[in-house]
Design a binder for this molecule. Structure first.
Ligand SMILES: [Zn+2]
Length: 387
């Protein structure tokens, strides 16, 4: 677990939906559950330095970084994109520090200090080489992928998985022609959600052709959609690709009840998804798995999902059972910071609405994917002689 209190400086103000405070509550939940005690296997790594200008230039343009440095000194009333991503004092350094956190995860894995590393503050997948977008100023994932592919101790191939409700457009387009990155992104359909991209036909170009894999789900889809689809599509692609490292963006805005998106995953679903990625990392690349946070606009979901999935991976899960009460001290802190009642248990029972997902929905999506990638994804439920 990489954490630095300076991550909280990435702050768009009290009325903005994105806040690193909910990520801080993932760390404090793990702490309150004893995850960082020496016997527990969890380690906290920090402090974190901002990423260097040279590292940032691995993905971002000089012109954008110059402009950002200047705005960072004098941000008054300026937005970094169409308006969703306002500038704030020190925004250059705060953004660069989050990139530094994701790079620190990579370095800890490369040095063999850990198999799995999480930067809960990272996952800013919308930022483009020359501009901010969708609450993301600098793209920690893309900068880190570039380091993993071109820096010292590099990997020949890296798999990027993104389970945020929003399509990870900054990462996908950043590596669209790069054959060294398999990008698999499961998200709410771009026809109903920002950023409006991520369709099966967007499958890469040049060396990257067939390596950008988009799985859009309709609004209202949940665990019943994502888990079978994952099992059908993701393991065969990863096994064929043989990555040296897996990078997982764990946006929590696909959780039921998120105010900015309309999918309905549950904590149980997230634990299963991340657990599957974790198993694949051990099967394919000696466990090397770099996890980040991402979107997620309810602190109660962000904190519980990131704490449970990260500790699951460490083999020392702080999650015992759905009805297990959360630590009282943590709940009190939560209420004093957010000013509304804390969740009481690991799972409080989420009211789900009827899912639009049917078996035919899966067949239709898989068919479109097969057309675009030129790969077959047999239904594991169909006997092999009928495939
Ligand atoms: Zn998102």
């Amino acid at each position: 677990m990489i954490w630095d209190p300076g991550f909280l400086d990435y702050d768009f103000g009290p009325h903005h939906p994105f806040t690193e405070r909910s990520r801080a509550f993932a760390v404090s939940l793990l702490d309150a559950c004893g995850f960082f005690e020496p016997s527990s296997g969890g380690r906290r790594i920090g402090p974190v330095l901002p990423a260097s200008r040279a590292a940032l230039e691995g993905f971002h343009t000089r012109g954008y970084l110059d402009r950002l440095e200047e705005i960072s000194w004098d941000p008054r009333g300026r937005a970094l994109d169409g308006g969703d991503t306002p500038a704030f004092p020190g925004c250059y350094e705060a953004s660069a520090r989050i990139v530094g956190g994701t790079l620190a995860c990579l370095h800890a894995i490369q040095a063999g200090e850990v198999d799995h590393a999480l930067n809960p503050a990272g996952g800013l997948h919308h930022a483009h080489p020359s501009g901010a977008s969708g609450f993301c100023i600098l793209n920690d994932l893309a900068v880190t992928l570039r380091q993993a592919l071109d820096g010292p101790d590099r990997y020949a191939r890296v798999a990027y998985l993104d389970i945020d409700a929003h399509h990870g457009d900054g990462v996908m387009f950043g590596f669209y022609e790069d054959g060294r990155v398999l990008d698999i992104d499961i998200h709410q359909d771009g026809r109903t959600l920002f950023p409006g991209t991520g369709f099966p036909a967007e499958s890469g170009k040049g060396d990257g052709a067939g390596l950008k894999v988009n799985l859009p789900l309709p609004a209202g889809a949940g665990d019943e959609a994502v888990l079978p689809l994952f099992d059908r599509v993701v393991p065969p692609l990863l096994r064929e690709f043989r990555p040296g490292l897996i990078v997982l963006q764990t946006g929590v805005d696909a959780h039921a009840g998120d105010p900015l998106a309309h999918l309905q995953y549950t904590l149980a679903g997230y634990r299963q998804l991340v657990g599957r990625v974790h198993s694949l990392a051990h099967e394919l690349c000696e466990g090397r798995l770099l996890q980040t946070g991402g979107g997620g606009y309810l602190a109660e979901n962000v904190s519980r999902v990131l704490a449970a999935t990260a500790s699951d991976m460490a083999g020392r899960s702080v999650y015992r059972r759905a009805g297990q009460p959360l630590p009282a001290s943590w709940r009190a802190d939560f209420e004093s910071v957010f000013g509304y009642p804390s969740p009481r248990h690991w799972e409080d029972g989420v009211p789900l609405s009827r899912s639009p997902w049917r078996k035919e929905s899966e067949e239709d999506l898989v068919h479109r994917l097969e057309e675009s990638l030129g790969v077959r994804f047999p239904d594991p439920g169909t006997p092999s002689d009928q495939r």
